[in-house]
Design a protein around this ligand. Structure first.
Ligand SMILES: Cc1cc2nc3c(=O)[nH]c(=O)nc-3n(C[C@H](O)[C@H](O)[C@H](O)COP(=O)(O)OP(=O)(O)OC[C@H]3O[C@@H](n4cnc5c(N)ncnc54)[C@H](O)[C@@H]3O)c2cc1C
Length: 469
């Protein structure tokens, strides 16, 4: 039997463990905090559970426009208040239950779980440090899936009460009066959106001219407009350089000398890989300057028999990608059929209100000449279902190859973009043409109708007619 030892129990690790078990490996998974990893315990599951509550508040806020009144005239959302203690208790309970479900599944599949810290001892052994001591495990195949940790600025040290990382937010028992969110990347924007929807006064400190740098420019603009219209304060081109607690307030200092005061501050300034102290260099596993493990498209590191998956590789910080890298590592190492990781087909979503879902090539790649594409952008306010539901913001954008019309990318900005992107994701993966997308039936009226309509508008476009980005 092949001995497979996995360090880290997030999606990169546990999905790999399931595949390795299925392929007949003798699998041991070492996890120091809880199965499911950060994805389940502090990142994806808790944040999306919190956002689910925030979405209900957003819906209630829009109810007035649809003709719903409380006592004949009051706005519906005025009748609701947020019990953050109850919300966070639910969030943490759900995360713990999900972790336990995954643990149960792994054990049922014959995976040995060790609660402890793993590190490499060369390329053929792993040392597990547990409460009971250490164990040296023989390994034919090793997978490193240790994830990342929130980046902390020395001048803005989280105290877990007023200055918080996203992993500490769920300890809050009351809605912050004024939450300063430092960082307008995906994590910062999602929490700013959620807390604002829940009723907190939110100040978003963004070092760029627009929130969500790195996302589709048009999409980020829509989100920024919605944020501003709903009363969120966005401090653009503002770099936070320090945060300190003064009494029962937090003062954030900006690089230009201004200060912002709030009741709480969320630091969302990126992550650092959990790759130190793992014995990587000694085993011949190379990391880049930022500390991420170097891997190829089948998750191999520079050391024979040692693979790596997920956020610790810095390839694409998504749970779905981590899981796929982990599975690919096991398919490859255990001799199953395997194809290389294809990032062109990854569907991703930003869970703001509205959401931004993307797949395939981006507008930035088209603009810089890295991809040659025709594009069309169709605002959602032309869609009958959107009008009925009071959806005023959002759009569908499709990129296709100029000659063949093959769909190579898309963006959807809508309240449930994460669900709507599936059609475009399938089209990109299966190399469908815009005509094939346009000719498949969509329900009338539906938001997906806009995807077919956008595809229809790309039919037979010459280069001159195409909207270019
Ligand atoms: C706030 C937030 C929201 C997010 N939302 C989404 C989302 O909606 N969708 C999405 O796809 N992605 C989302 N992500 C990204 C997602 O969380 C990560 O891509 C995913 O967790 C990566 O999985 P992983 O297995 O690489 O690492 P992790 O989930 O970080 O798991 C790694 C595990 O390894 C353990 N570990 C580390 N070192 C050791 C050691 N030496 N020994 C034993 N165990 C060790 C850690 O304790 C951890 O449990 C979000 C991220 C954040 C921060």
């Amino acid at each position: 039997m092949t001995d497979v030892v996995i360090i880290g129990g997030g999606p990169g690790g546990y999905e790999a463990a399931l595949v390795a078990g299925q392929l007949g490996g003798n699998v041991t998974l070492i996890e120091r905090r809880g199965v499911g990893g950060s994805a389940v315990l502090t990142d994806v599951v808790p944040s999306k559970t919190l956002i689910a509550t925030a979405e209900v508040m957003t819906t209630l806020r829009g109810a007035h426009e649809l003709g719903l009144r409380l006592d004949g005239e009051r706005h519906l959302d005025e009748a609701f208040s947020v019990d953050l203690a109850a919300v966070n208790d639910r969030v943490l309970k759900l995360a713990a239950a999900q972790s336990s479900d995954i643990g149960g599944r792994l054990e049922a599949e014959g995976v040995r779980l060790i609660e402890g810290t793993g590190r490499l001892d060369g390329t053929e052994h792993v040392i597990a440090g547990t409460a009971d001591g250490t164990e040296r495990l023989p390994a034919d195949i090793i997978l490193i899936a240790t994830g990342t940790t929130p980046r902390e600025l020395p001048t803005a040290q989280p105290d877990g009460e007023r200055i918080l990382t996203w992993t500490q937010l769920y300890n809050l028992r009351e809605l912050p009066e004024r939450l300063i969110v430092v960082g307008s990347g995906v994590t910062g924007a999602e929490f700013a959106s959620a807390y604002h929807a829940l009723g907190a006064d939110v100040v978003l400190v963004s070092s760029r001219h627009q929130v969500l740098p790195g996302e589709d420019d048009d999409a980020a603009r829509v989100v920024q407009q919605v944020f501003e219209r709903s009363g969120m304060t966005i401090l653009s081109k503002s770099r936070a350089q320090a945060a300190r607690v003064v009494g029962d307030e937090v003062v954030v200092e900006l690089a230009d000398g201004r200060t912002v005061t709030g009741s709480h501050c969320l630091m969302a300034v990126g992550s650092i890989p959990n790759t130190s102290g793992l014995g990587l260099a000694e085993a011949g596993v190379r990391c880049n300057d930022a500390g991420y493990v170097t891997v190829d498209k089948v998750s191999r590191t520079t050391a024979r028999g040692v693979y790596a998956a997920g956020d610790c590789t810095g390839v694409f910080a998504l749970a779905s990608v981590a899981a796929m890298q982990g599975r690919i590592a096991m398919w490859h190492s255990l001799g199953d059929a395997v194809g290389p990781l294809d990032l062109r087909t990854v569907a991703a979503n930003v869970f703001t209100a509205p959401e931004i879902a993307t797949v395939g090539v981006s507008q930035a790649e088209v603009a810089s000449g890295l991809a040659n594409a025709h594009a069309v952008m169709l605002p959602l306010n032309t869609n009958a279902r959107a009008k009925m539901r009071g959806i005023n913001d959002g759009f569908v954008k499709i990129f296709c190859l100029p000659t063949t019309g093959i769909v190579i990318g898309g963006v959807v900005v809508a309240p449930i973009a994460s669900e709507l992107i599936e059609g475009l994701s399938l089209a990109v993966r299966e190399k469908l043409t815009v005509d094939q997308v346009a000719q498949s039936f969509t329900v009338y009226p539906s938001l997906t109708g806009s995807i077919a309509e956008a595809a229809r508008r790309l039919h037979g476009r010459s280069a001159a007619q195409a909207v270019s980005y």
